[in-house]
Structure formats: structure tokens, C-alpha cells
Design a binder for this molecule. Structure first.
Ligand SMILES: C[S@@+](CC[C@H](N)C(=O)[O-])C[C@H]1O[C@@H](n2cnc3c(N)ncnc32)[C@H](O)[C@@H]1O
Length: 299
């Protein structure tokens, strides 16, 4: 896949996000991806807005440029982590924004077509970085080949909530004593032989949780989220809204706790329970099944 290929990502909870964020004058999308949400929000505001899109993946930024041209009064796209959103806004002299969206994790473009090893269904090098990997980049290959067994187990258990984390870590270390672990298929096989037969044929692929854990660790996703939430809220105008879509309990807990603390200071939330996908959306987009949307309104 190249930057000129259209995005294959289907935005989740699209209608709910557009309805929840209304018609902002200045909209910041910290996770631009295939720009599906941004485009819908720009169209909803009839192009009368400034949009700022950030992404850690340079391919997403390049792909979105042509798509967004002329869709807003000002289109600013930056290849950066949303934990640096303050710097991105400063660089364009934007003090405040009316709406923010963080749609967490990776896009289908990254999962299915980046060649960076996010999916256990494709045989690829074990990078798992959202940015473009270079010789110096920290990757999943570094974790499985150099970290201590106990630390690997802690990552897989802590970020993947994988109950066979210790067995998987043990087998990773045994395997690498003979040969470096270089590809997704090699890691997938190690995981498969670490879990009981029943689990191998369960509802989710046995490698799902371990791959999620490694991806979170490689990209420090939870650290980025905490930092992005604080910085985003700081730059939100009074009455501004910050929407976050999370895909697993670790992320959702961070968002829920952050919102709760702001509510204690006078902010409001639009719904007590997170918004989830309708049965219709779940049926056509399996990715939406674990999505939870929470919206915070600044006083
Ligand atoms: C789920 S996709 C977003 C899809 C997008 N909302 C759309 O409608 O197409 C998440 C995107 O956020 C990016 N991303 C994840 N964490 C990030 C971070 N900390 N900073 C910047 N971009 C990030 C990923 O590279 C990916 O492109």
C-alpha cells in the first residue's frame, strides 16, 4: 500500500461522533488515520472551520492531504504524536480548539497493509511501530529478543490481560536461545504452542492479546493517552468537547478516570455510560464491537 492508495479504514461510531461534537469552528483530530471522522465533521460544519489533524504514521498524513483539500477554511496536518498536540497548535498560533477527537489504536491501513507486523495473520517483520521504523527505532523485535523473561511476561499480562503470559514469555526466551525471533509468524507459532489446545480454537485468535500488548508497549500508547488527554483538555475552549474512542479496558479506564476527575472540577459528560456501536454497525464492522465513546465538556 502506498500513500496514494485510498484508506481502507472504516471509521467507527461515525454518526455518534459527529452528533456528539456538533459544529466546531476549530477541530483537532489527534488520530487522523483515514480521515473518515475529520471529513464527516468538516462536511457537517459545511466547511466553515479550521481542522488540525495529527498522526504518528506519516503515511496517514500523506494520504489525507488530497482527501481534505478544500474541505475546510484551513487544513493543518502534522506528522506527530498527539502527546505533542500543544506544540502543533503553538506552531500555528492556535490557542484553543472547540472539539477534539482521539480515536485510539491503529487503523485498518496499519493493521492490514503497512507491512509493519501488527497482524498475526500476515508474515511480516516484527516492528509494530506506528512511525516508519529505522535501524534505531525501538520495535517489538527488541522486546521479544532482548528483554528479560519476567518483564516480557509482565508486558503481556499487563497490557494484554493474557492469562498464559508466563508460559508465552518462557517459550519466547527458550526459542530465542536458538534463533532470533524476526517475524510475526514465528511469534505466532511460539504463542500457539504456549497455550492449551482449547484456547487455540477459541473465539479469539490465541495471539490477539500478546500482539495487542506488544503494540501498546512499543508505542507507549497508554503514556501517550494520559498526556494527550491532559494537553487536549488544557487547550479546549470553554464549552468545548473532547471525544475519545477506546478499544480495550486499559484505555477505557484511563479515559473514565480522567473524565471523572474533570467532572469533580466542574466539567460535564454527555452520557453516563459510554456510547457503543449499534447492532447494525457491529454486524458490518467487527472492529466497532469493542469501541467505547466518551465525551467530556469543559465548563
Ligand atoms: C483508529 S485510527 C483513526 C481512524 C480515523 N478516526 C478515521 O476516521 O479514519 C488511529 C490512528 O491514530 C494514530 N495514532 C495512534 N496513537 C497515536 C498517537 N499517540 N499520536 C498520533 N497518532 C496516533 C494511528 O497511527 C492511526 O492512524
Amino acid at each position: 500500500m502506498t500513500e496514494s492508495t485510498p484508506s481502507i479504514h472504516t471509521p467507527v461510531l461515525l454518526h455518534e461522533v459527529v452528533e456528539g461534537l456538533g459544529t466546531p469552528r476549530v477541530y483537532l483530530d489527534g488520530t487522523l488515520g483515514g480521515a473518515g471522522h475529520m471529513l464527516a465533521i468538516a462536511q457537517h460544519a459545511k466547511g466553515k472551520l479550521t481542522v488540525i489533524g495529527l498522526d504518528r504514521d506519516p503515511a496517514a498524513i500523506k494520504r489525507a492531504r488530497a482527501l481534505l483539500e478544500g474541505k475546510a477554511e484551513q487544513v493543518i496536518l502534522e506528522h506527530t504524536d498527539f502527546r505533542n498536540l500543544d506544540l502543533a497548535l503553538d506552531a500555528h498560533s492556535i490557542k484553543e480548539v472547540d472539539a477534539i477527537l482521539l480515536d485510539l489504536g491503529i487503523s485498518s491501513d496499519e493493521l492490514d497493509a503497512s507491512g509493519k507486523g501488527f497482524s498475526f495473520l500476515r508474515d511480516e517483520p516484527l516492528f509494530m511501530t506506528m512511525g516508519n521504523p529505522t535501524e534505531q527505532t525501538f520495535t517489538a523485535k527488541d522486546i521479544v529478543n532482548t528483554w528479560e523473561e519476567e518483564t516480557i511476561a509482565d508486558v503481556i499480562f499487563g497490557y494484554g490481560e493474557e492469562r498464559y503470559a508466563r508460559r508465552i514469555a518462557r517459550n519466547i526466551v527458550n526459542y530465542r536461545a536458538k534463533k532470533l525471533i524476526e517475524t510475526t509468524f514465528e511469534l505466532g507459532e511460539i504463542i500457539k504452542m504456549s497455550v492449551p489446545g482449547m484456547y487455540r480454537h477459541g473465539k479469539i485468535h490465541p495471539a490477539t492479546r500478546t500482539f495487542q500488548a506488544l503494540r501498546i508497549a512499543v508505542n507507549d500508547e497508554l503514556g501517550a493517552l494520559k498526556s494527550g488527554l491532559s494537553k487536549g483538555y488544557e487547550r479546549l475552549a470553554s464549552g468545548g468537547r473532547m471525544a475519545v474512542i477506546s478499544f480495550h479496558s486499559l484505555e477505557d479506564r484511563i479515559v473514565k478516570d480522567f473524565n471523572k476527575a474533570r467532572v469533580a472540577e466542574g466539567a460535564t459528560i454527555t452520557t453516563k455510560k459510554p456510547i457503543t456501536a449499534s447492532p447494525e454497525e457491529r454486524a458490518v464492522n467487527p472492529r466497532s464491537r469493542s469501541a467505547k465513546l466518551r465525551i467530556l465538556v469543559k465548563p
